[in-house]
Structures are given as structure tokens and as C-alpha cells.
Design a protein around this ligand. Structure first.
Ligand code: 3HC
Length: 298
């Protein structure tokens, strides 16, 4: 296992097995990150199809890393051995040390899920959510272990992006924060800790400010999508423009994040922009569906 210091060792010493719930874009890459870092890991979903798709995409991704000399063949082979795929959530969670939830951004579903995880997980197991907009205080009281619940927020693509935000709620214990911080570091990530909860945390709030402005410029007819993206890339040296990034993250995710924030704030300012709503309702989710702000069919 890759560990960085003594604190990391002691805080993660009880973590042998990691479960990731949800085989979407984020969950699947988080599971691969965990397996590559040396943890026995199981990716869980309710259906077999997303698990099969995740395995194919992940294996392609890490094989490519070997071909390009970014990882060694033995490391990748060992990580593949450590990563398993399952639809039997209860059995997996009954033997896990940490469950990282990366399911849909829907509060009612997450509360129900956390109550079910709590019912079968060992008492020491930490239950964390990758959500950036649903703060863990909204979920923790669905469990009998609120002190072992917090947000552990990764960025897309999780195999590449260095940052993980660790966000406790008022009742999260310092031990949980330490253990999740150490786990993220053992994953090779850089941790940004928040002192208190706020929907969107730090990075997405910065990103949202840019996105809001980009959407306003486009909706007011000031500039085309391509030109706004070009400005972000060539004037600000962002790796991609705000519209390209929405297509990467998924228009569905962008839409649901705004709706989840609206549910929490009740502020109409939180609602998705009309153009995002339109794409969402047309099923144009970005890269994953072949069409979003840009077309990916070719
Ligand atoms: N999954 C895994 N690895 C990927 C990837 C993906 N989807 N896309 C690219 N990569 C890796 C690959 O190793 C790739 O090399 P390869 O194609 O030779 O194998 C390497 O990155 C370089 O990729 P590209 O040449 O295609 O393009 P870039 O150099 O522009 O890098 C990028 C791609 C890393 C995605 C970069 O454009 C970037 O950093 N973009 C910004 C991403 C960002 O802001 N993410 C945060 C989103 S907000 C969020 O996630 C919060 C959530 O709550 C919604």
C-alpha cells in the first residue's frame, strides 16, 4: 500500500477493504484509484450492465497507462486483482471498512441508501459520500453512526485530478476526519479540508461562479459557446472551457447538482440555467450521450 507518513499509516491501519457504491463515471474511477493504491476494493451497483461497462473502460484506461509508461504492468495487474465488481451490496458492505457512496444526487435516495448501509456495515465502518452538493449532515441522521459520516469529494476524472475535499458535519468525529484525510492521501490525492459545511464546498463554488457567468454570456447572445471556451483556455489557461467541462462532468450531473442545491436553499438563484435544463430534458448529457454543448458522434 502506498502511504506517505506515520499519521497516514496509523489512521488508515484499520482500512483494508473499500467499497464504492455506484458504477458511474465517478464511482468507477474512484474504485480504480483505491485498488491502484493497494486497497482491496469492490465496486457495487444495482445492475450488472454498468459494472461490466465500468470494468471494460477501467481496464482500457489502465492498460493504456502501461502502454504509455505511466504505470508498470505488475502494478496494474495487482490492482486489477484487488478490484472486484458486485451487485450484492449487503454482503460486500458487511465486510468493508469504508463505503464511499457515488450514486445519484438525490437526497431521498441517499438517505435510504445510508440507512441500508448502516444496517449491515460493521460498527467501525466509515460511511462517506462523494456528493459535492448534498452535505453529509442531511444524510448522517439516517444512520446510527453520524460521527462516522462525512463528505469525501473527488473530481472528474478521478484517476487524474489530485484534489479531494474532506468535509465534516457538526457531529463528525475528529477520528473520522483524520482517517478519511489519511485515506485520500494514501490514494495519492491532495486534501482540501473544510471547517464547516456549505453546498458546493470550495472548488465547485469557484467553478460555479465561472459557469454562471459563461451561461449568462451565452444566453444573452454576447458570445458563442466555442468562443467562451476559447477565452477560458487561451486567456486564462484553463485546461478546458466551462462548456467543455460541463460536457465532461455530464449535463445530467450539472442539472441535478443545481436541483439538489435548490432543495437545500429554496433560492431560485440555485436553479439550473434555462439552457442547461433544456439540454437535460432533451437527454443531451454531454460526452456520455454523444451530444451536449458539443457533438461527440464522430
Ligand atoms: N478519465 C481518465 N483519464 C483521463 C480522462 C478520463 N476521462 N481524460 C483524460 N485522461 C488522462 C489520460 O491519461 C490522458 O492521456 P491519454 O489520452 O494519452 O491516455 C491524459 O489525461 C490527457 O488527456 P487529453 O490529452 O485528452 O487532454 P488534456 O491534456 O486536456 O487532459 C483533462 C484532460 C485531465 C480532463 C484536462 O483537460 C483537465 O484537467 N480538465 C479540467 C477537469 C476539471 O476541471 N475537472 C473538475 C470538474 S468539477 C468536478 O468534477 C466536481 C464534481 O462534483 C462535478
Amino acid at each position: 500500500m502506498t502511504t506517505t507518513d506515520a499519521r497516514t499509516d496509523s489512521a488508515t491501519q484499520r482500512i483494508r477493504h473499500v467499497t464504492v457504491i455506484g458504477a458511474g463515471t465517478m464511482g468507477s474511477q474512484i474504485a480504480m484509484v483505491s485498488a491502484l493504491a493497494g486497497f482491496d476494493t469492490t465496486l457495487v451497483d444495482i445492475a450488472q450492465l454498468p459494472l461490466d461497462r465500468a470494468r471494460t473502460q477501467l481496464w482500457e484506461r489502465v492498460d493504456r497507462d502501461v502502454a504509455k509508461g505511466r504505470r508498470t504492468a505488475p502494478d496494474v495487474a495487482a490492482a486489477k486483482q484487488r478490484l472486484t465488481f458486485s451487485t450484492d451490496r449487503d454482503t460486500v458492505v458487511s465486510g468493508t471498512d469504508v463505503a464511499i457512496e457515488a450514486a445519484i444526487e438525490d437526497l431521498a435516495i441517499k438517505r435510504e441508501l445510508f440507512a441500508s448501509l448502516d444496517a449491515v456495515a460493521p460498527t467501525h465502518t466509515l460511511l462517506v459520500t462523494n456528493s459535492s452538493n448534498i452535505v453529509s449532515s442531511q444524510i448522517a441522521d439516517a444512520t446510527r453512526r453520524p460521527e462516522k459520516v462525512c463528505n469525501m469529494h473527488f473530481f472528474n476524472p478521478a484517476l487524474v485530478m489530485e484534489c479531494v475535499e474532506v468535509v465534516p458535519h457538526e457531529r463528525t468525529s475528529p477520528e473520522t476526519v483524520e482517517a478519511i484525510t489519511a485515506l485520500a492521501q494514501a490514494f495519492g490525492k491532495t486534501v482540501v479540508r473544510l471547517k464547516q459545511e456549505i453546498p458546493g464546498f470550495v472548488a465547485n463554488r469557484l467553478l460555479n461562479a465561472i459557469r454562471r457567468e459563461a451561461l449568462a454570456l451565452q444566453e444573452q447572445g454576447i458570445a458563442e459557446v466555442e468562443d467562451i471556451d476559447r477565452a477560458a483556455r487561451t486567456a486564462l489557461r484553463h485546461p478546458m472551457g466551462p462548456f467543455e467541462l460541463m460536457d465532461l462532468v455530464g449535463i445530467d450531473v450539472v442539472y441535478l447538482i443545481r436541483m439538489a442545491e435548490y432543495e437545500q436553499t429554496g433560492d431560485p438563484e440555485s436553479l439550473p440555467a434555462p439552457s442547461v435544463k433544456e439540454l437535460y430534458e432533451a437527454g443531451q448529457y454531454g460526452r456520455k450521450s454523444g451530444q451536449g454543448w458539443y457533438s461527440y458522434t464522430s
